[in-house]
Design a protein around this ligand. Structure first.
Ligand code: TUI
Length: 319
């Protein structure tokens, strides 16, 4: 169905569906499953030390012969070393988040990697395309984790109009209707994080998956606005303390101390009250844990009905 889709052709993948590169839970298990199911799996490097990332990449190479990528979180203390690992291991696709990867683009392109930064504004999209980005992932603030300020609906068409490279839409996608909407806005693919958390292959603690299953439309909040590092997470005991301290004018050091280790506490120890559950607003709609293949097949197979529904909604239902 997608033989001529520019992203599928650029990356040699079957379906225009990326998995968000989530820290701690975007492991080789999830990334290889997404790639084996025809999407683009991504190992989320997060704060991973370089030797750990190298092992994840090698595991992923053993579990899939399809293209997969690594997402590099630019705020990581190991960013230079993990870039080198990605270069040594000849990773085919590199996505980046939480910053400007401009200085690393030439070295990545030299090994033939496709470089696809996550951006949350038109200005950065333009700058990175000038630096050589092959495509951009435009991520609206509906996403979980570290976010920008603009929501998906206005961000995608503005980025599509501003750059010549293909755009992958992220933030709030989880079903066939979302994929159809992304195409309607001018994007050529979608990226999903939260939807893949609710997969059998995702290694997140069962408590983490359960709180995502229970989430409603208004279950997430944004912390860290005053620090200039907004992050969307599920509201819990940690966020209540955090937001109270933030409102009372707590210092960056005090707030950062609350955050240290909090993601791992939720994803691996299952403490979803005192840990940080980085999840997007689409969680309110997600009600089942499926295999990665079922998630992807259901979205792809539902696309024709979503498109035909789109037409009947403006043409009127015809007999
Ligand atoms: O990166 C993400 N989401 C993330 S990363 C993460 S791990 C983390 N750990 C501790 C503290 C903070 C994060 C959890 N979730 N999404 C991609 C993304 N990138 N969203 C927004 C941006 C972004 C923001 C600013 C990209 C570029 C940017 O540029 C700033 C500049 O230099 O102009």
């Amino acid at each position: 169905m997608f033989e001529n889709n520019v992203i599928c052709k650029l990356l040699n993948i079957k379906y225009p569906i990326f998995q968000g590169g989530m820290a701690w839970i975007g492991t080789a298990e999830l990334a290889s499953a997404v790639s084996n199911a025809g999407g683009l799996g991504l190992i989320g490097a997060g704060h991973m030390p370089p030797d750990v990332l190298r092992k994840e990449i090698q595991k992923c190479k053993g579990w899939t012969d399809k293209p997969f990528g690594v997402n590099i979180m630019l705020m990581s203390p190991f960013v230079k070393e993990v870039m080198q690992v990605v270069i040594d291991e000849r990773v085919k696709v590199v996505t980046t988040g939480a910053g400007n990867p401009g200085e690393y683009v030439p070295a990545l392109k030299e090994i033939g990697a496709k470089v696809i930064p996550v951006i949350a504004s038109v200005a950065l999209a333009k700058r990175l395309v000038k630096s050589g980005a092959d495509a951009v992932i435009a991520e609206g603030c509906e996403s979980g984790g570290h976010i920008g300020e603009i929501s998906t609906m206005p961000l995608i068409p503005q980025v599509v109009d501003a750059v010549e490279v293909p755009v992958i839409a992220a933030g709030g996608f989880g079903d066939s209707r979302g994929l159809a909407a992304a195409f309607a806005l001018g994007a050529h693919a979608i990226q999903m994080g939260t939807r893949f958390v609710l997969s059998k292959e995702c290694i997140a603690h069962p408590n983490y998956k359960n709180i995502v299953l229970k989430a409603k439309d208004r279950s997430t909040v944004v912390t860290g606005r005053t620090l200039g590092h907004p992050a969307r997470v599920i509201a819990n005991k940690l966020t209540r303390t955090y937001l109270e301290m933030e409102a009372a004018g707590a210092s960056a050091e005090e707030l950062e101390k609350l955050g240290v280790g909090s993601l791992h506490k939720a994803t691996h120890e299952g403490d979803v009250e005192n840990g940080s559950v980085m999840i997007g607003q689409i969680s309110g709609m997600l009600e089942d844990i499926k295999t990665v293949k079922e998630i992807i097949d259901d979205i792809v197979n539902g696309l024709p009905a979503a498109v035909s529904n789109l037409q009947s909604n403006y043409l009127g239902d015809r007999e």
